[in-house]
Write a protein that binds this ligand. Structure first.
Ligand code: ADP
Ligand code: MG
Length: 395
């Protein structure tokens, strides 16, 4: 389903409410240590300002449980940084409701920006409190949702406002929908690469993709549950014994649907979960009792590379090994490099750790799309609805 975007509506002279994702990391001195999320929102903001609209921006920042948390979770540093990046004044309202906010909104002139304090300062935000959604929506004429990272949640500042105002997507959500939502109409062969820590985190993703993909590549910690289900000894590797039947079922289902399920043939094993531990590569038939598998091996990587070479669409979720430790990062880096070298394929990365691994290894620009929403992208790959996106008007 195609969703309305800011390009489909007239914004001129209107007061536009924008839900952005400015959930940036702050250090102890409350300085922003990574401003990528602010930079990523500039295109949408500039477009709205170019239409001569008055812009009111909402975002959350971190978790706010107590009044004490409010001291360190103010959006004031974001207002300052946004102002520097935009090269224009950004007004800041330290309150989330009341006269001050209302008069700041009223005083806005065309092409001016106001940032509202952290939406989570309101208890009703995460409960999608009806009154709060109505109140915020009363401040503007139209709502632009561009916060993909919270699209899988029903909060007042996304779904709540959308229930009371016409809602359209900004450029970031438009891009997420375009690529993550393209699975149905993807060019074939479609290969899904699934890894990460646990099978249990990815059951719904596997079940959704098994109906859609031509090949499914399995790596990461969850490969050992599959290997054990196949009757192999996995030593001290990560395993979910209560998911062995499920793994068997997935293997059977893949065969029935004629989906190639590719399971590693070798693994890098270590005596301990540590980068200092002794390690070696062994066949999956020879995993020693006292060792654990922390990465895929070279033979497996070569096999995956071969299988990926003819892909026209690749969806990747979940690292191939414990990529945070250099000795066990080769499988993940090898797959990243393979994907980056594919010339005629659409390559999509979803999942917080997978995106982090790609960026950490210098591949920010190597793929068609790296999703910015960890949790939200998983829900999308599970084939489920995201309330924040459902609430956006259809084209
Ligand atoms: P994503 O956030 O991309 O969805 P996950 O959160 O599912 O990915 O998985 C990422 C984590 O999986 C990483 O922290 C990584 O260290 C871990 N992991 C990968 N392979 C293994 C393994 N063999 N044993 C233990 N943990 C693993
Ligand atoms: Mg993760």
């Amino acid at each position: 389903m195609s969703k309305k975007t800011i390009k489909d509506v007239n914004l001129t002279g209107k007061t536009v409410l924008l839900r952005a994702d400015f959930n940036v990391p702050l250090n102890a001195s409350l300085e922003i240590t990574d401003d990528n999320r602010i930079k990523a929102e500039l295109d949408t903001i500039k477009y709205i300002l170019d239409q001569k609209a008055k812009l009111v921006v909402f975002s959350h920042l971190g978790k706010v449980k107590t009044d004490e948390d409010k001291k360190t979770k103010s959006l004031q540093p974001v207002a300052n940084r946004l102002s520097e990046l935009l090269g224009q004044d950004v007004k800041f309202c330290p309150e989330t409701r009341g006269e001050k906010l209302e008069s700041l909104v009223k005083e806005l002139k065309d092409s001016e920006v106001l940032l509202v304090q952290n939406t989570r300062f309101e208890k009703g935000e995460t409960k999608n409190d009806e009154e709060l959604g109505k109140y915020w929506s009363s401040l503007g004429d139209i709502f632009v949702n561009d916060a993909f990272g919270t699209a899988h949640r029903k909060h007042a500042s996304n779904v709540g406002i959308s229930n009371n105002l016409e809602a359209v997507s900004g450029f970031l959500i438009e891009k997420e929908i375009k690529f993550l939502g393209s699975v149905e109409s993807a060019e074939r062969p479609l290969v899904a690469i699934l890894g990460g820590a646990k099978v249990s985190d990815k059951i719904a993703v596997i079940e959704n993709l098994i109906d859609k993909a031509d090949k499914i590549i399995i790596g990461g910690g969850m490969m050992f549950t599959f290997l054990k289900a196949m009757g192999k000894n996995i030593g001290k590797s990560l395993v979910e014994d209560d998911k062995l039947d499920l793994a068997k079922e997935i293997i059977k289902k893949a065969a029935e649907k004629e989906v190639d399920l590719l399971i590693p043939v070798d693994t890098v094993v270590a005596s301990e979960f540590s980068n200092d531990a002794a390690f070696k590569t062994v066949s999956v038939d020879e995993i020693p009792d006292d060792m654990m598998g922390l990465d895929i091996g070279q033979k497996t990587l070569d096999m995956f590379r071969e299988e990926l070479s003819s892909a026209h669409t690749v969806i990747w979720n979940g690292p191939m090994g414990v990529f945070e430790m250099s000795n066990f990062a080769k499988g993940t880096i090898g797959v990243l490099e393979t994907l980056a070298s594919l010339k005629n394929a659409v390559t999509i990365i979803g999942g917080g750790d997978s995106a982090a691994a790609a960026i950490k290894n210098g591949h920010r620009e190597s793929f068609t799309h790296i999703s910015t929403g960890g949790g939200a992208s998983l829900v999308y790959l599970e084939g489920k609805e995201l309330p924040g996106i459902t609430a956006i008007a259809d084209k």
